[in-house]
Write a protein that binds this ligand. Sequence first.
Ligand SMILES: Cc1ncc(COP(=O)(O)O)c(C=O)c1O
Length: 403
Amino acid sequence: MKSLITRELFDKVILPIYAPAQFIPVKGKGSRVWDQNGEEYIDFAGGIAVNALGHCHPKLVQALQEQSEKLWHVSNVFTNEPALQLAQKLIDNTFADRIFFANSGAEANEAAFKLARHYTIEKYSPYKTKIIAFYQAFHGRTFFTVSVGGQAKYSDGFGPKPADIIHVPFNDLDAVKAVMDDHTCAVVLEPVQGEGGLASATPEFLQGVRALCDEHNALLIFDEVQCGMGRTGSLYTYQQYNVIPDILTSAKALGGGFPISAMLTTEKIASVMHPGVHGTTYGGNPLACAVGCAAFDIINTAEVLEGVQKRRAIFIEQLENINDKFKVFREYRGKGLLLGAELQPQFHNKARDFLNIATDFKVMILNAGPNVLRFTPSLIIEENEIKEGMSRFAKAVEKVVNS
Ligand SMILES: Cc1ncc(COP(=O)(O)O)c(C=O)c1O
């Protein structure tokens, strides 16, 4: 019997802020997804860098099932075991001493920006509030986070914005220097800009920004919502740069598909917080944290982290094969399995066409802006799945090139 739940229903009942594909996925396993008609897709999108262990990983399913029969929610009036376990894992493996859990990347960033402002106001001056951020950055959709994000298309049209936020070009240390002063509260950046086109910070830039922050008593905040938790081949990307932030945000891969986020910071910075200053009903709830613990234990292994670079190499080799034939890509960007292929100028503004036509050939990919294709598959995708997905993608590329 044909389902009564159709894609047309989306256009009637859901707030019109998305333009989803014409098929409706109903099942996923590993790096494969099936739609209502039983058609099978290879997933190179991973729920936008979320499903780091693919769909329905047995260990995550088991963690969710077991926790679902024990305790779902107790609020923050009480603590719970999975939250404490996950916090301890994050602390044991990063620079952090203190964790705040929330439900989405935007909420973790909102907490980070509030904490930074609160810290510098409490410790230094009520005027130490300037936040330096970067063009093309993306930090979420709450009003504070779109305002810190550097893309007018997301932040304009909603009236007056939070004040004292300034944007400068990414990877331009002189530009940061020019606006940095003793009123600066924080510099906020993504070590690899996820939505903005997959530019990676240079080591000199990150080191330079760290030094400027130290000089002016400003905090350095890394948004690793997209590039963190194994995606670039280390647990967090900052670990590849040896530049330690004061605050770091994590989400997406942290829950492997179950909504959870975390803000990590040091004891010193956390010391300005006390009960009532910030909060959330669901953050750190036992279901999310139980899944987070299971995902963490799998991702934080040499096997998975080292596998990221091997898989990136296979992806690039396959993309090169496509490029030899069709000459569509100009360069490869990003790190690890946060992989971008920038289109040649004649295909600029066509990234969405590649993505849409790819679904006709049963492979799911993403774009990062109008000129870059983005691949954020499961960190444990099999080699044969990469190759099969790429042979499907090659047909999509051929169709776009010939259209
Ligand atoms: C770097 C970065 N920060 C923040 C966010 C917002 O996360 P969420 O959509 O979970 O609020 C995203 C989402 O794409 C992101 O890529």
